[in-house]
Ligand binder design. Structure first.
Ligand SMILES: Nc1nc2c(ncn2[C@@H]2O[C@H](COP(=O)(O)OP(=O)(O)OP(=O)(O)O)[C@@H](O)[C@H]2O)c(=O)[nH]1
Length: 326
């Protein structure tokens, strides 16, 4: 594990905590809680690598505590091992049903507990690494499509519920095939990384997400952002890529690498009252991107999500008032 694991030990009996702490010494940073409520509060501040949880405690029982961990998106992936004097098969089966990864009965055998906890720490380390690999594009370090898509679904659902606007933007490098053909694949990869960094400088709000959809295509997810603010991000993205001034060897002398952008925004006051699905919003952004390519590249086109057929409009630098009649 790159960072030091943290182990949260939860038991209402100080003696039991003492015994556990002694046998797990050296496996990571140990934290102790004497109730389920305290354990949840501590875990929400610093999600632990594993939790060792007593089943029978006053207040929130171990089972209720485990269920609360599993219901919290921040804590659901924490492996929970029950450590309990209850050795009935029913209790053990129930603990696995509610999401525990192991069930250890008291009195404990320290070497066995230590070995079982090590196994869970190793599994957690591998799972975290797999999750990171799946959610991150290895070439650019941006989020991957696999990270973007569920986030888009979530944010569109939130927009529909809260009535706040949302925008998505698709970005495609211009004449990238010619760039690769002239400069070589390694230079193409370098350009992709540079563009990724330039785009990252364009969206600055904490909820904004930029991903590499694949190939030379990128996407922005801009929650709580209407057409006006999204237009500012689009202008900034175009400007950041222009400022890189990366010569394009496949184009006439002096021309640099550029991108085209397609932006689609939905807001409750727009032509469509109900928020579209994430897929429809992305499709609208893709159509705007197509229009930007047709419109000469190195430019952005935008659409306020409305009834079919969409009419995309060129987005002029500085303009934040692109209106689209259905
Ligand atoms: N170096 C590099 N090139 C890639 C990667 N993924 C896709 N490409 C290349 O990106 C190019 C995309 O070409 P096209 O889809 O024809 O688009 P384009 O040449 O950019 O043309 P327009 O989009 O119309 O401006 C292809 O040559 C792909 O091989 C990658 O990971 N690295």
């Amino acid at each position: 594990m790159t960072h030091r694991p943290s182990l949260l030990l939860v038991d209402d009996e100080p003696d039991a905590l003492h015994v556990l702490a002694h046998c797990l010494e050296g496996l990571g940073t140990l934290h102790v809680a004497t109730s389920g409520t305290q354990a949840l509060a501590m875990a929400r501040r610093h999600p632990p690598s594993v939790v060792l949880l007593d089943a029978n405690m006053p207040g929130l029982s171990g089972f209720e505590t485990c269920q609360a961990f599993k219901a919290d998106p921040l804590l659901a992936a924490c492996p929970i091992l029950f450590v309990t004097a209850e050795d009935s098969a029913e209790q053990e089966a129930k603990s696995f049903e509610i999401g525990a990864v192991d069930y250890i009965t008291k009195p404990i055998h320290p070497v066995v507990v230590r070995a079982r906890v090590r196994t869970q720490l190793r599994l957690k380390e591998l799972t975290d690494e797999l999750r990171r690999l799946a959610l991150e594009d290895p070439l650019t370090g941006l989020a991957s499509r696999r990270c973007f898509e569920p986030q888009l679904v979530r944010e569109v659902a939130l927009a529909a519920r809260s009535g706040l606007p949302i925008a998505v933007m698709m970005v495609d490098i211009d004449h990238f095939k010619r760039f690769n053909d002239s400069a070589g694949h390694a230079a193409g990869d370098h350009a992709l990384r540079e563009v990724a960094q330039a785009l990252s400088r364009a969206a600055r709000r904490p909820g904004d997400l930029i991903c590499r959809l694949g190939g030379e295509e990128f996407a922005f997810l801009l929650p709580q952002t209407g057409l006006g603010d999204a237009s500012t991000v689009a202008d900034r993205a175009l400007e950041e890529v222009r400022r890189m001034a990366l010569p394009h060897p496949g184009l006439p002398e002096g021309q640099c690498l550029s991108v085209s952008l397609g932006l689609a925004a939905w807001s409750p006051g727009g032509p469509v009252r109900d928020a579209p699905s994430g897929a429809l919003l992305l499709e609208a952004a893709d159509r705007a991107l197509y229009a930007a390519k047709q419109g000469g590249r190195n430019t952005a086109y935008a659409v306020q999500f409305g009834p079919e057929p969409f009419q995309t409009r060129p987005l002029h630098p500085g303009s934040a008032t692109v209106s689209v009649a259905p």
